[in-house]
Design a protein around this ligand. Sequence first.
Ligand SMILES: Cc1ncc(COP(=O)(O)O)c(C=O)c1O
Length: 343
Amino acid sequence: MRKIIDIRSDTKTIPTKLMYKAMLDAPLGDEQNEEDPTVIKLQKIAAEKLGKEDALFLASGTMGNLVAMLAHTQAGDSVIMEEESHILRCEVGGLAAVAGLMLKTVPGELGFPNLKSLTEAIIGEGRLFPTTKLVCIENTHNSAGGTCINVEQMKKLSSLVKKHNIKIHIDGARIFNAAVALNVDPADLVREADSIQFCLSKSLGCPFGSLLVGDKSFISKARKKRQMIGGGMRQAGLMAAAGVVGLEDMIERLQEDHENAYLLAKGLVEAGMKVNMNTVQTNMVYFEVPKEKINPMDLVNKLREENILIGEPKEREIRVVTHKDIDRQDISLVIQKIQGIME
Ligand SMILES: Cc1ncc(COP(=O)(O)O)c(C=O)c1O
């Protein structure tokens, strides 16, 4: 049977051989008691890569973002984020249901919040007020197209919010994609942030987990919040071992995914799809199937018959994502098949 080309998401990857081997060989211990040497090693590498003091291993990006919000705020505070942020679209309202936060949203451009709107959304101190304590930024920004927020934008944001004593959290599920695309040190990209969550289980190709990174006192608070929501683990080094390989081996190669996404986007345009090329910056491509050509669900089904899996259409828009299990040949085949269907 021909290989299944699954470009629905970069969460569809399977671990590399090196990851499997590292998992087999990993020294283990009781993580809840901070006795797992492999988890400790992973946390140390993560903190170093992002230029912060400490890090905490967690089950998922959703858990990392929730724990960050719990650690930075108290119930009744408010949090500001761009209106299409993953935290508010796809994390089951944890910010309200668990952290008790009031949400203010602001419009953005390519995922970066409009700073004038953000300034207007800040709620100050006062006996009656849900004071703004946190701003969350998403980098890369998923629903904007995998777009990057750069160092200059982070500096502008920081100079605006820090004078109000507001913390910055980055939902950096794909922060290394942003760093590679912008050709900057990831530590520079997150310097202005008080915390960053990044995912091992997305473009880095690991089977499990996320890291929350920040200063020592923040991570110590976050550890307790993680415990509160049931996220303390035991011999988690088994999963952390794959994460170590992810951080050591899988970052540089992201450039390849970005080039593949760009080629795919160009092929889609040639096939008659609408693509905003300004948004094709990393490993994602959102395209619109023109009304007169084909029903988007028919396109999905026809490609499925060819062992090619693409995202579920939202109206006429479909997302495709490149990753480590997709090579240049796969991209050419996808383009060829889509062009064939559209003819
Ligand atoms: C930008 C962003 N943040 C957070 C998450 C949540 O990560 P997880 O699925 O590990 O909970 C995702 C998942 O797709 C994401 O794309």
